[in-house]
Ligand binder design. Structure first.
Ligand SMILES: CC(C)(COP(=O)(O)OP(=O)(O)OC[C@H]1O[C@@H](n2cnc3c(N)ncnc32)[C@H](O)[C@@H]1OP(=O)(O)O)[C@@H](O)C(=O)NCCC(=O)NCCS
Length: 178
């Protein structure tokens, strides 16, 4: 998939060869980064969908998400510090949410440091809303987690035409009361 925003941004599935670059962005982005082994495990997890964003061939960001039945979970998202503020995270999120919606997902949730007001605003722009707080969820530094959820509208399913049997029992039997 190619998206607008940064010129020539391409979003595609993460592969084992990408993990070195992904991990370098991860360590530049988080105080408690995922290990390379954790990213590798995501590649082998059939419920997970790790994606990378490339700009002129170089990996500039990634998003790991999972889908269990109809519930999506955004597990990890980061953009290379030199490429931030150009819509790359927004493109990664849009691509993932669209895929989940097509898979019949009804809601997606994520955890974010409660003190990261700017990141929370970013997720709000993506349609998420804070639903609850988990006290002291994060370490280094200790922080609460804001749980954010984005719900999808249920699919409109046409109602079958009403038949005599669909009427409430009382209404059906009314003729017999007279
Ligand atoms: C959060 C992060 C992924 C955003 O990536 P990005 O590519 O810079 O985000 P985008 O350019 O798509 O931003 C989309 C919107 O969010 C806003 N935004 C995103 N991160 C922001 C930040 N740190 N400060 C202020 N605004 C921010 C942008 O201003 C933009 O809004 P606008 O279009 O109205 O200007 C990136 O800052 C990052 O990797 N941070 C470190 C890791 C992290 O915190 N990940 C989230 C874990 S829950």
């Amino acid at each position: 998939m190619t998206t607008a925003g940064v010129r020539d941004l391409v979003i595609s599935p993460m592969s084992a060869e990408d993990i070195g670059c992904v991990h370098a962005i991860e360590t530049a982005s988080f105080t408690v980064p995922w290990s390379e082994a954790l990213f590798l495990a995501e590649l082998g997890n059939t419920l997970s969908r790790p994606m990378v964003a490339r700009c002129a061939g170089a990996i500039v960001g990634y998003l790991c998400a999972s889908l269990v039945i109809d519930e999506g979970h955004i597990l990890d998202l980061a953009v290379h510090p030199s490429y931030r503020g150009q819509g790359i995270a927004r493109s990664l999120m849009a691509e993932t949410l669209e895929h989940m919606k097509l898979q019949g997902c009804s809601s997606v949730f994520l955890e974010v440091r409660a003190s990261h007001a700017a990141v929370i605003r970013f997720y709000e722009q993506c349609g998420f809303a804070v639903t609850q707080t988990r006290i002291c969820y994060y370490v280094s530094p200790i922080d609460d987690a804001a749980i954010m959820v984005r719900s999808f509208e249920p699919q409109e399913t046409p109602r079958p035409a009403a038949t005599e049997n669909d009427k409430p029992l009382k209404e059906r039997d009314r003729g017999g009361d007279q």
